[in-house]
Ligand binder design. Structure first.
Ligand code: SAM
Length: 213
């Protein structure tokens, strides 16, 4: 006699919770809706990249004394800035060169019941006078091409000159990130910290942290 068994189908995971925010996957209904509307990011702003989890975890464990104005540079779907808006009650500007990321960011922000201010701009074009408005600059996985080493390192130079109090850049440790980080640390100091998440949500990489108080 054979007994037929049917295995229960595992429900598809469409969101994860981390450090107080909800993070949808590409299969989440709010994300699928934005995709159906035809928005197609073209500079890799196509998901929530894991380096953003490293920044959230680091700032959760090392919260700045006070944070009012945050710039999330190369925001993509925007989770790092969204987390800062929730955690610190900060005003957040979410900046990206690719306008197609913002409908996704809005969907993620809505899920998390916060708003951030969108800014379509390239790192290269952001002026020192604009950077002076921020006390924290965060950027996750934004130095992934050779051509990005100079724009990202120059953005950090201008942020330091403008008096931005803290800068936290995360990366899965691409050679281009290390090249950029070395230039910045030689010019301004700062720490390169290896960081990893070991729970259900996995991520490893490095953080470039500059305290400019
Ligand atoms: C790998 S994604 C990371 C997105 C987000 N920070 C995250 O961790 O989920 C890189 C983002 O940087 C943006 N980007 C690339 N080059 C840029 C530039 N020169 N100026 C502004 N944004 C840029 C892309 O459009 C993309 O959204």
């Amino acid at each position: 006699m054979t007994i037929a068994t049917t295995q229960a189908k595992k429900p598809r995971v469409t969101e994860r919770k981390f450090r107080g925010v909800t993070m949808p996957t590409a299969g989440h209904k709010v994300i699928r809706k934005v995709k159906r509307e035809g928005h197609e990011p073209s500079i890799h702003g196509t998901k929530l990249w894991r380096s953003s989890f490293l920044i959230m975890d680091y700032l959760h464990k090392h919260p700045p004394e006070s944070v009012s104005n945050v710039l999330d540079a190369g925001c993509g779907w925007g989770i790092t800035g969204i987390w800062c808006a929730r955690k610190f009650g900060a005003s957040v500007v979410s900046l990206d060169a690719d306008p197609a990321v913002f409908p996704y960011l809005n969907a993620v922000a809505e899920l998390n019941k916060v708003t951030t201010t969108p800014m379509v701009q390239r790192f290269e074009k952001l002026k020192k006078s604009q950077l002076a408005a921020f006390d924290l600059l965060v950027a996750a996985d934004v130095c992934f091409w050779d051509e990005l080493v100079k724009p990202v390192s120059k953005l950090i130079d201008r942020a330091i000159d403008a008096g931005v109090g803290q800068i936290v850049i995360a990366d899965p440790e691409r050679p281009t990130f290390h090249e950029m980080a070395e230039k910045v640390i030689n010019r301004h100091g700062g720490d390169l910290i290896h960081w990893g998440l070991k729970g259900k949500l996995k991520a490893t990489g490095a953080l470039l942290v500059i305290n400019n108080q």
